[in-house]
Unconditional design. Sequence first.
Lengths: 207, 256
Amino acid sequence: MVRAEPILMARGLRLRFGRRRVLDGIDLDLFPGQVLGIAGENGCGKTTLIRVLAGMLLPSGGIVRRPDATGYAPQVPLLYDHLSPREHFSYFAAAHDIPTHLRRDRAKALLRQLRFEGWESERVSTLSEGTRQKLNLALALFSDPAVLLLDEPYAGFEWETYLRFWDYLEEIRATGKAVILVSHLFYERSNFDRLFELEAGTLREAS
Amino acid sequence: MRRMAHRVRVSARLVALELMRNRIAVGLLLVLPTVFYLVVFMTTGDRSIDFQLSATGRDVLAASERDLSMLFIGMASISGVSAFLAFVLVLRPGRTDRRLVFEGYHPLELLFAKMLVVLVAALAVAFYITALLPLFFRPPRSFGVFAGFLLASLVYGGLGMAIGAVARRDLEGILFILLLVNIDAGWLQNPVFYGHAHNQGLIRILPGHHPGQVSMVSAFTEQGVLPEVVASLFYVAAFFLIAGAVYWRKVYVRTR
């Protein structure tokens, strides 16, 4: 159900890289329970936009308001090569003060949901690209955030995991959580409440 | 405070695990000093060499070429290994550390954890290289030699962290460390060279100088080394501060 107050709000976001205007006055509202998709050609600035929304990159103009409980899955998995998924969960649990028993339960549920049980003790350097991507996403979901910012989250997933990913998003959407998902490719429009295209630094709602 | 201590503990444990699982870093630690010691042992003789130390003024000292070279090469290898270990801890994980800051860690918590691991690693490296030394040369005041090794390990550990925080890629950072260690600890701090050097002032401000004096003075004289220890600690503090400031800037995320 959509409420009047946005949980994440961006106004007038502007950013240039040299002469190139990547973001040119972007406004965006995300309401609880919404799933927004942002598509666009390679290099159009999708990753830049989501990094600005997450606070990982500062815009040259404009503001972003988001809750403290925001999860972010970067496009390129940011992981520690010599640590296992289980050790990554320990790291992230400490960041959110999640107690041990809850950490184990959540990690177990995510490993099952994203189908990479059995890899939890292996070092990241030995995991396939797809499994790294799963861990990357699982870490963003781990703290059960109110807003999720996902950059190409299912690149490298096999079809079954892709379907499970959408089942999971449906579940969390039903609890009032909101998602912004960036991808160069969307298979099903019905998964989204609103779909945008990023072109020449501006967002246009896809018809 | 308890939350911070818990996060530092978790982070330090995982940083240490990462370091111990890095085969190149651990391999370098075990192989490099042993090989260096062996090469120097096989290529030097017992003839007496005259040399000067800045800490003992104009006095001309004499020691066996082999003993002097063993101590010198111990300093050089400790500097290189410690700088590399600390560099590895900071550069590669930098972007992932930033993700942890986004998730809720304070940059200081991650920084303390890394510094803790660098301190322990410096101690381990110094202990290991000092433990190998008696196989070739037994200095009379071995604790002073160990103190010099430890200080060299800390100075170059701090420098490695600072380079790791500033560098953007592995190659440029490693090259810089190699060149600096080579010119400072591996060449200019050689006491045989020092006495006849044209610009001794420049040699005295290089990072390897004061720790080197602590070891050399302890090994070959009866003189105290407190001023050299203090000067070394000043370098340690300066490099850790620079490393900390640059690292903070690198991983900082605006959370609202």
